[in-house]
Design a protein around this ligand. Structure first.
Ligand code: DAH
Length: 340
C-alpha cells in the first residue's frame, strides 16, 4: 500500500491543470466519491495494525496535497476569468485609434498631378535604377557633363553604366520610345544625387516631369500651360517669369519663377527680397532628343519641364529644412493632418 500511495503522490505532481476541463478531470480522478483517494481511505480498514499509523499519515498528506492543488488551480482560474471579464467590459471607452495622414510630399505631388490631369495629362512612371542611355545619352548629355561624374551620381555598375536616376527626365525617353505623339504626360518619382545633406539639399528627393509632344507645339503652349499650373497651385494672382537657362535636352531652355505670395512681390526673406521664387526648369524638347527616341523632329515638336517636389512643398508650407521630409518625426507630419 505504501508504494501505491507514493506513486499517486508522483502522479498528482505531474498532473497539469490548464483548463476547467482538466480541473474537473483532476477532481473526478482523485477527490470525488469514487476517486482514487476516497477509495484508498476505504481500503485503510484492511491495513495491518502495525502499519496503520504510518499509512494513515501518508493518506492524510495525500488528501491534503490533492485538495490544495485543486484549490490553487481553481483560484487562479477564477482570477483569470475576472481579469478577462474586466478586459471585455463593453462600457469602457475604446482605445484611441491612431489615424495616419498623408506626407506633405504626397500631398503636393497629388495636387500637381491633379492640376495637369485636368488639362489632359496622363500620369506615367519609370524605374529608379536607370541605364546610361535613358538617364544621359538619349537626353543629349555630352560625354563630359558633370552629372556623369562618379562624384555626382550613384553608379551601381560600370560597363555598361547603371545608376540611380538623377532626374525624372529619363521617363521622358521611355515614354517617347514606346508611344506615338500626341503625348501628354507627367511623371512623378524619386531621384538620387550624390550630394551632402543640408537644409537645402538631400541625396534623395522627388521630382515631377512634364512632357507634351505633338504637331506645331510652340513655346506659347509651354508658357500658357505653366501659367495655368502656377495659378491653380498657388492662387489666381500668381505671376510667372522665365529666365533663360541651359539644359542639354531642351532648346531653348528656361527657369520659371513664380511671384512670392508671402510678400506679394514686395520682397521678404523667403524670396530673398527679389519678389520671385524659382520653381521649375523647362524648355522646348531638343530635336536631337526627339530623334534619339524615334520621333521625327521634322514633324513633331514639344515642351518639357521638371520640378522638385520637396522644394515646391517648402515654398508652399514655409518649411525651412528639407531634412524634415525624411525624418518621420510625428511632430512635423501631424501638421499636415488636415490637408488632403
Ligand atoms: N531634369 C532637370 C533637373 O533635374 C529638370 C528639368 C529641366 C526637366 C528642364 C525638364 C526640363 O524636363 O525641360 O534639374
Amino acid at each position: 500500500m505504501k508504494n501505491k500511495v507514493q506513486q499517486i503522490f508522483k502522479d498528482i505532481d505531474s498532473f497539469t491543470i490548464t483548463s476547467t476541463d482538466s480541473l474537473e478531470e483532476f477532481r473526478l480522478k482523485y477527490l470525488s466519491k469514487k476517486g482514487i483517494i476516497p477509495e484508498l481511505f476505504k481500503g485503510f480498514k484492511t491495513v495491518s495494525p502495525d502499519q496503520r499509523k504510518d499509512i494513515g499519515r501518508l493518506l492524510n498528506d495525500l488528501k491534503n496535497k490533492a485538495q490544495e492543488k485543486f484549490n490553487q488551480a481553481r483560484e487562479s482560474m477564477e482570477f483569470r476569468k475576472e481579469k478577462h471579464e474586466e478586459y471585455m467590459d463593453n462600457t469602457r471607452p475604446a482605445e484611441e485609434f491612431q489615424l495616419g495622414s498623408r506626407h506633405p510630399v504626397s500631398i503636393v505631388m497629388n495636387k500637381i498631378c491633379d492640376i495637369f490631369a485636368r488639362i489632359g495629362f496622363t500620369i506615367s512612371e519609370g524605374p529608379e535604377i536607370e541605364d546610361d542611355w535613358h538617364n544621359f545619352t538619349a537626353l543629349n548629355f555630352p560625354p563630359d557633363h558633370p552629372a556623369r561624374d562618379m562624384q555626382d551620381t550613384f553608379f551601381i555598375e560600370k560597363d555598361p553604366e547603371i545608376a540611380l536616376r538623377t532626374h525624372t527626365s529619363s521617363v521622358q525617353v521611355r515614354i517617347m520610345e514606346k508611344n506615338k505623339p500626341p503625348i501628354r504626360t507627367i511623371s512623378p518619382g524619386r531621384v538620387f544625387r550624390n550630394e551632402a545633406i543640408s537644409a537645402r539639399s538631400h541625396c534623395i528627393f522627388h521630382q515631377i516631369e512634364g512632357l507634351y509632344i505633338d504637331k506645331d507645339v510652340s513655346s506659347a503652349d509651354l508658357k500658357q500651360s505653366l501659367f495655368y499650373f502656377a495659378k491653380e497651385l498657388l492662387g489666381e494672382d500668381t505671376g510667372i517669369r522665365f529666365r533663360p537657362s541651359y539644359f542639354p535636352f531642351t532648346e531653348p531652355s528656361a527657369e520659371m519663377d513664380v511671384s512670392c505670395n508671402i510678400c506679394e512681390g514686395k520682397g521678404c526673406n523667403v524670396c530673398k527680397y527679389t519678389g520671385w521664387l524659382e520653381i521649375l526648369g523647362c524648355g522646348m524638347v531638343d530635336p536631337n532628343v526627339l530623334n534619339n527616341c524615334g520621333i521625327d523632329s521634322n514633324i513633331y515638336s514639344g515642351f518639357a519641364f521638371g520640378m522638385g517636389i520637396e522644394r515646391t512643398a517648402m515654398m508652399i508650407y514655409q518649411i525651412r529644412d528639407i531634412r524634415l521630409f525624411f525624418e518621420n518625426d510625428l511632430r512635423f507630419l501631424k501638421q499636415f493632418e488636415s490637408i488632403i
